[in-house]
Write a protein that binds this ligand. Sequence first.
Ligand SMILES: [Zn+2]
Length: 417
Amino acid sequence: MVFGGSQYRLLCPTCGLQTIDDGSVTRCSVEHRPSLLRTEYEERTFRIDRSTEGMLRYRDWLPIREPVETNVGTVILQSAALNAHLQTPNLRLAFNGFWPERGARLPSGTFKDIEAIAILGRFPRDGRTLVAASAGNTAVALASAASTYGVPTTIVVPESALARIAFARPLRENVRFIVVSGDAIYDDAITAARELGLRDGYVFEGGARNVARRDGIGTTMLAFMETVGALPEYFVQAVGSGSGAIAAHEAARRAIASGEFGSRYPHLVLVQNAPFAPIFHAWAARSHAVEAAHRPDSAHLAGAEISAAVLGSLAPPYEPDGGLLDALTESAGDVTAVENAAARAASTLFEELEGIDLEPAAAVALAGLIERIESGSIPRDASIALHITGAGRRRLEPARRITPKIAARIAADPTRR
Ligand SMILES: [Zn+2]
């Protein structure tokens, strides 16, 4: 197959249309029900570039079009203490965080650095400005990387997330912040970013629709495959926007299609934080879509203590073709929800065992895994990948003293929810 100057095309799972990417396409050009475009790479075998470290070892399965350099990536490791505690000899951590003693050196302490590199590596350098929404960690990772690479970038954040956004080094002028004020939540920032992205000279990053974001974080599965030589039987991770879970499944599809990794998808085990658990409720109801009944009401939201506030999207890509529902169905997966107390207990346990602090989302994932192990729905001897989406903030935080300059403040659209 000939790929027009690039080593991949975008495939629509609904109509089969293949599109040549310009680095900013997020939707199929044919009118039909919602779908998530995905990449089809010319290279069908799992190849590793051993001349580099980190995520770029898997560059043949990344939609990178512009020069980016990095040596960061996922570290696959086993915690002997956790495995002894849970009696799970084949549990491995797909670790995205800051833990230099174990080789993990993501500068933001979260998987968002990996996404950011992939997003910026795909984004065209044609003078347009990338617009992204963030509830905190993306802002830190994307702003830092965009500053490094000089890519014009505007990041929209809800006011409540500002307290989590600070930098160790000053940002260059090409990075701007817009704040959605008041009681705005992540979805308000997404709405505002999408609207700004419609203006001339701006491109909305796309969130879960951005193939670079998904294939970027899909390298977490590829790192597991490289280290272990096989796909895991279970892939456990917390979900908010859902892109990481879809990405893991897409990476597994690519592995299976290569003919070298068997024919069974890892069962996705996705974990949400009650009470903010729209994916859990939609899946539990066997619904084909996330509906109003699956979302917490606004009054509940305003006062709710969501220990993993970074997880929250009320409108995850659940029903589109190629989205979460398809990934869960194809992988014979499942969704669970854990209470704050369970997440806190998991966080404390991990810190006691390993001396490293988990991000709230990673604690939610660990709590979900523990619940599944204890209930017997995941066998203790299974090959399990637990995606630790962030850890080690405590050591990074003291160096982060520079708060972002705010270019503009806007009000959330009151009709939004
Ligand atoms: Zn289509």
